[in-house]
Design a protein around this ligand. Structure first.
Ligand SMILES: Cc1cc2nc3c(=O)[nH]c(=O)nc-3n(C[C@H](O)[C@H](O)[C@H](O)COP(=O)(O)O)c2cc1C
Length: 309
């Protein structure tokens, strides 16, 4: 696939719909959305028809994200809609990607799986996914905890498929750095919450523009999986740094997640997001920063003497 920059605009609950996916693809990067953002199978069908048409015209693939865990009662139905549209890339999160691989490989589609640990990555590799999204520390939404250097290095010891890295990707030079350390794509969510084409509410956008990394903390209170949220919004629903996850029955169950509605999620990169703007403007900035980094035109770090230290 020919992209303007090696970037996937990550799927986000209650944030990414057809407008953001189409704007991403038109800007030359992979746009993605969670199937659960469509209210029903019929709406998913409409969204995919619109997105597929645009993707064929732009020549840039899109991705649809499915929650593979058993708590997602829509999985089988959503997969059959996805199969009917022959979606080019399907990203499986939470749970084994086995059923997704079986359905999507049938029509020649590509499957990536979110992973948070080496054990998880080995399992995904054994199932035959085409790529993995390494959820690293500092990611928005359900976060990983591993350091990206360690994670990429460890997975590259046994896996040569595509690797996308998620966690605080906000600058084009980070995409160049990812390629240097052995990954193929950046996977950015928080940087696109403020895009004009996202479904984020006005107060969510304003909170993102105001926040810095210190305002983010990871909580298990929503689904049992550590999720990075903005402290003020979480306090509004009684969740603080000390709140345990509510009950074992809620574990992994996305119906309990109130992200975007009451609790605002963001990754540690939130401090680098300064304004609302179009998706095209955000991608153009990533593209120019990546070009500069690849050309070695500008030093990424201030020059300091390496002598006498
Ligand atoms: C508000 C929000 C909602 C999210 N919803 C989903 C989701 O439905 N499915 C999913 O696989 N990932 C979801 N994520 C995670 C993103 O796909 C991605 O991994 C993450 O945003 C990358 O980290 P960054 O936000 O630091 O760029 C969400 C992230 C955010 C911020």
């Amino acid at each position: 696939m020919k992209l303007s920059v090696p970037l996937i605009v990550a799927p986000m609950l209650r944030i990414s719909g057809p407008d953001l996916v189409i704007a991403s693809c038109n800007a030359g990067v992979v746009g993605a959305f969670p199937a659960l953002n469509a209210a029903s199978g019929a709406e998913l069908d409409n969204w995919l028809a619109r997105i597929s048409r645009n993707s064929e015209e732009s020549g840039v693939p899109y991705a649809v994200n499915v929650i593979a865990h058993g708590s997602n009662r829509r999985l089988a139905d959503d997969l059959s809609v996805i199969v009917s549209h022959r979606s080019p890339l399907v990203i499986a999160s939470v749970g084994s990607p086995e059923n997704v691989v079986a359905a999507v490989k049938g029509y020649g589609g590509t499957v990536y799986s979110d992973v948070v640990s080496i054990r998880h990555a080995r399992k995904a590799a054994s199932i035959g996914v085409d790529g993995m999204v390494l959820l690293c520390a500092g990611a928005g939404g359900q976060t990983g905890w591993l350091n990206p250097f360690a994670f990429v290095e460890a997975v590259r010891e046994f896996y040569d498929g595509a690797l996308a890295v998620a966690g605080s990707i906000t600058h084009g030079r980070q995409l160049a750095a990812l390629e240097l350390i052995g990954a193929n794509f950046g996977y950015a969510g928080t940087a696109f919450i403020v895009a004009n084409e996202s479904m984020a509410t006005e107060d969510y956008r304003a909170a993102i523009v105001r926040a810095v990394a210190d305002d983010v903390f990871a909580t298990r209170a929503l689904t049992g999986i550590p999720t990075n949220v903005l402290r003020n919004s979480a306090a509004g629903v009684g969740i603080t740094d000390d709140t345990e996850w509510a009950s074992p029955e809620q574990k992994y169950d996305m119906r309990h997640i109130k992200l975007g509605k009451h609790v605002h999620s963001a990754g540690h990169g939130v401090g680098a997001v300064h304004r609302e703007e179009s998706c095209a403007a955000i991608v153009a900035r990533f593209t120019e920063q990546y070009r500069v980094a690849c050309a070695g035109e500008a030093a990424a770090a201030p020059r300091v003497s390496r002598q006498g230290t």
